[in-house]
Design a protein around this ligand. Structure first.
Ligand SMILES: NC(=O)C1=CN([C@@H]2O[C@H](COP(=O)(O)OP(=O)(O)OC[C@H]3O[C@@H](n4cnc5c(N)ncnc54)[C@H](OP(=O)(O)O)[C@@H]3O)[C@@H](O)[C@H]2O)C=CC1
Ligand SMILES: N[C@@H](CC(=O)OP(=O)(O)O)C(=O)O
Length: 341
């Protein structure tokens, strides 16, 4: 069975997980980019079945995701967690849809391309029914790494992330907002979505601990970077940290490349690269910050400087809206690539 999308003037699109943090942004982005939709199917858990959601001036009723949800669907955008993807993405692909999956369920499968359109667009066409959207922190980083890797191959990356509450979904954003209100009202703080109070704190722990002392989020950055960049020799050491910011992830990155990359070369390459903007004027207090980047499509890079501690090293700061470029926008850009051929 061929999994390539048949060329049409408009497509039947399903969104699994439409009531979640990423699902909501999927709808915003499809509308903003005028994605050619014929029929739209909105899917979530049985808890949300019957809920009404507007899209492009029309009201839709959310349906409970089931094995029969994908008949006549061309493109299925999944954002409903790894276990839901594991169960339903193969069913959707078998029914003839091309699945673009936001979860971590299939990212490292050999048969599943892991795609960031600015980095490895050709991989999108090698799918067998499922394409994986990478981890959000990794997407934001590789958009900046790619133009630098083209100047001189990157050998090593050290990165510390400053990941917003929305990375933990709707419940993460809600908990940070609730804690703010509770603190003002002198009430006990609810701590459910994160392992500690996030308000007025930073938590150096995202996803499950691994045997090597890193977390699963950190190991996703290690493995996914190599797969997306098509270079298994790149070594990534990361510390992923949750910070009390509602939306947009920040990352302090140091790279070591085969040959030196000057600040000027880096700035010029990043300036020209798609999906990223240089915002870098330290003396005038101008650098990327989550408050400014939240809601934007492009990632922003600043604080570009020669690293003082590593050989052939360059240090910089990248911020991206992880619900957009780190999730829904990247997935919609993959869908746009598929329908462009
Ligand atoms: N938040 C982020 O920054 C990013 C998230 N992702 C990934 O995207 C996915 C969704 O994340 P996010 O939007 O943040 O999470 P949310 O918790 O905000 O939303 C989860 C969504 O999945 C639906 N869902 C949950 N269980 C089921 C089920 N059994 N069957 C059908 N639908 C179900 C929920 O429906 P209901 O409302 O009915 O419960 C809801 O629509 C995850 O895999 C996450 O790892 C990827 C990149 C970034
Ligand atoms: N990276 C997200 C979590 C997430 O959704 O990751 P993944 O898509 O790799 O499961 C965060 O900030 O918490």
């Amino acid at each position: 069975m061929s999994h390539q999308l048949e060329k049409k003037s408009s497509y039947n699109v399903a969104i699994a997980g439409v009531t979640g943090a990423v699902g909501e942004i999927f709808l915003e982005i499809l509308a903003e980019r005028k994605f050619p939709i014929n029929q739209l199917k909105l899917l979530a858990s049985p808890r949300s079945a019957g809920k009404k959601i507007s899209y492009d001036g029309k009201e839709y009723t959310v349906e409970a995701l089931s094995k029969d949800s994908f008949n006549d669907v061309d493109i299925a955008l999944f954002s409903a967690g790894g276990s839901t993807s594991k169960e339903f993405a193969p069913i959707a692909a078998k029914a003839g849809a091309v699945v673009i999956d936001n979860s971590s369920a299939f990212r490292m499968d050999d048969d599943v391309p892991l795609v960031v359109p600015e980095v490895n667009p050709a991989a999108a066409f090698r799918h067998k029914g499922i394409i994986a959207n990478p981890n959000c922190t990794t997407i934001i980083m590789v958009v900046a790494l790619k133009p630098l890797h083209e100047i001189s191959p990157i050998k090593k990356v050290w990165v510390s992330s400053y990941q917003s509450a929305s990375g933990a979904g709707a419940k993460g954003m809600y908990e940070l907002q609730t804690q703010t209100r509770q603190l003002v009202n002198d009430e006990p703080l609810t701590i459910e979505a994160f392992s500690h109070q996030l308000l007025h704190n930073v938590i150096p722990h995202i996803d499950t601990p691994q045997d090597n002392g890193y977390t699963r989020e950190e190991m996703k950055m290690f493995y996914e970077t190599c797969k997306i960049m098509g270079d298994p020799s790149i070594k990534v050491s990361s510390t992923c940290v949750r910070v009390p910011v509602i939306s947009a992830h920040s990352e302090a990155i140091t790279i070591e490349s085969e040959n030196p990359i000057t600040v000027e070369q880096a700035r010029e390459a990043l300036d020209k690269a798609p999906g990223i903007r240089v915002v870098d004027d330290l003396p005038n207090n101008i650098y990327p910050m989550p408050l400014d980047v939240a809601g934007k499509d492009d990632c922003e890079v600043g604080r570009i400087r020669k690293d003082l501690a590593s050989e052939n090293g360059l240090t910089f700061w990248v911020v991206g809206d992880q619900l957009r470029k780190g999730a829904a926008l990247n997935a919609v850009q993959i869908a746009e690539l598929l329908i462009s051929k």
